[in-house]
Ligand binder design. Structure first.
Ligand code: FAD
Ligand code: UDP
Length: 384
């Protein structure tokens, strides 16, 4: 392979890589090689039909949501949308309560009358519509509000967080639990963003369209760690020095043989099951916040709007990422120590001006789809 025929190399074909390649090729007419170690495009957003014809997300449920008009309009060039607003419930005993915990959840837990009094207290303290992180609610000066906070902490956050992270809500980055705040409103939606929905024909089709350009070559089943080398003179790809831009969207420690130690991540084991029934659970996602070893069950056809007999569900079991074959690092564990380790790896590539770190893995951040699409758009525009 003559690597010099390409203007840029993108490692990883999730949203970070695909959006970058799309813009470099379409807007800047650059020839782009994408190197992807899996045998498919789409990264963690990849979806496909299972043996029963049900459209499933192979790496966990992905719901698109954003407040960015720019991101929404960009993606809308590659898909129409199934108008879906995500609503999650937590199974607590025999009850299903809306999550994020809101004024409707309050009624389910405390009964109409008592909930009315408590709702007024919350509205007085925080005003209607506010989103209050659970750790902030626990510090309320009002005893009744602290009572609600204790209930929510115990029944929504503590055990789910222990399963997901192996740590308590106090031990993890507060920004993580703040993603699902207590909502002082009657809005049952999981996200309050202006734009939300699911790509009408699935995510994989979005990627196929973004990459449908003669300027783009996708090489699947190729680990960048096996074809990229750094030395004093520059970066070699397939044994040839490459001076064009290299956009790397994988975990940076693995590119350097984890020489300073592995960057800590949480991974997930997914267990799929097909049921002959038409409906398995009330919502597309049910969180198990007080029982079970899994965190949540997704019923895919309720997420995608697919009309089909039978249904496929998926349970998620979180665990520590060890790097063993087949495991995928899904969640960075963000704390001072881990960020320091991450920065040590960044130091190794800083001097290479044509090497760019982008994405949830490469930046060791907790990005949603819209954030990563926006960052990829910005980087690609900067590289013009
Ligand atoms: P990825 O999608 O992980 O893509 C990186 C790609 O790089 C992968 O294909 C990987 O195989 C490849 N790669 C890695 N290392 C190498 C290497 N050495 N050589 C070659 N290729 C390599 N966001 C939302 O907005 N809504 C949601 O509902 C949502 N749900 C989620 C649920 C789960 C379980 C998870 C884990 C994440 C969820 N996200 C959600 C976040 C979303 O998945 C990410 O924002 C998005 O996938 C990030 O894209 P990316 O390209 O940075 O990473
Ligand atoms: N969380 C929780 N209970 C829930 C939902 C979320 O404890 O019912 C906490 C948990 O720590 C989780 C974090 O809030 O990791 C963020 O949740 P989110 O749904 O945003 O996680 P993701 O979809 O990214 O896995």
């Amino acid at each position: 392979m003559n690597i010099k025929t390409y203007d840029a190399i993108v490692v990883g074909c999730g949203f970070a890589g695909a959006v970058t390649a799309n813009i470099l090729s379409e807007k800047q007419n650059k020839k782009v090689l994408i190197v992807e170690k899996r045998n498919h495009i789409g990264g963690n957003c990849y979806d496909e039909k299972d043996e029963y014809g049900v459209l499933i997300h192979k790496y966990g449920p992905h719901i698109f949501h954003t407040n960015s008009k720019k991101v929404f309009e960009y993606l809308s060039e590659y898909t129409e949308w199934y108008d879906y607003s995500h609503e999650v419930v937590a199974k607590v005993g025999d009850e299903y309560i809306p999550v994020p915990f809101n004024l409707n959840s309050l009624k389910k837990v405390y009964g109409e009358n008592c909930a009315k009094v408590l709702a007024n207290k919350l509205i007085d303290q925080y005003e209607y519509g506010r989103k209050v992180p659970i750790l902030e609610l626990r510090n309320s000066s009002d005893e009744d509000v602290r009572g609600i906070a204790d209930y929510v902490y115990e029944n929504v956050f503590l055990k789910y967080t222990m399963k997901q992270w192996g740590q308590t809500p106090e031990q993890i980055d507060p920004a993580v639990t703040a993603r699902v705040p207590v909502l002082v409103s009657d809005d049952n939606r999981y996200f309050q963003d202006t734009y939300q929905g699911m790509p009408k024909d699935g995510y994989t089709k979005v990627f196929e369209k973004m990459l449908d350009n003669p300027n783009i070559t996708v090489m699947l089943g190729q680990d960048a760690a096996e074809c990229i080398e750094f030395d004093d003179n520059g970066i070699k790809v397939f044994d040839q020095y490459f001076i064009g831009d290299i956009i790397f969207t994988g975990p940076i420690d693995e590119l350097f043989g984890c020489r300073y130690g592995r960057l800590p991540y949480r991974t997930l084991k997914f267990e799929f099951e097909h049921k002959d029934e038409d409906s398995y659970q009330p919502n597309a996602v049910v969180n198990y916040t007080v029982s079970e070893d899994y965190t949540r069950i997704t019923e895919y056809k309720k997420l995608t709007g697919q009309i089909i007999d039978g249904t496929t569900i998926m349970r998620e079991y979180p665990m520590a990422y060890t790097g063993e074959d087949g495991q995928i690092p899904y969640y960075s564990i963000i704390n001072d120590e881990n960020v320091e380790l991450y920065n040590k790896y960044v130091t190794l590539v800083k001097k290479y001006r044509n090497f760019h770190l982008l994405g949830r893995l490469a930046e060791y951040k907790y990005y949603n789809i819209d954030a990563i699409v926006e960052k990829a758009m910005e980087l690609a525009e900067r590289l013009a």
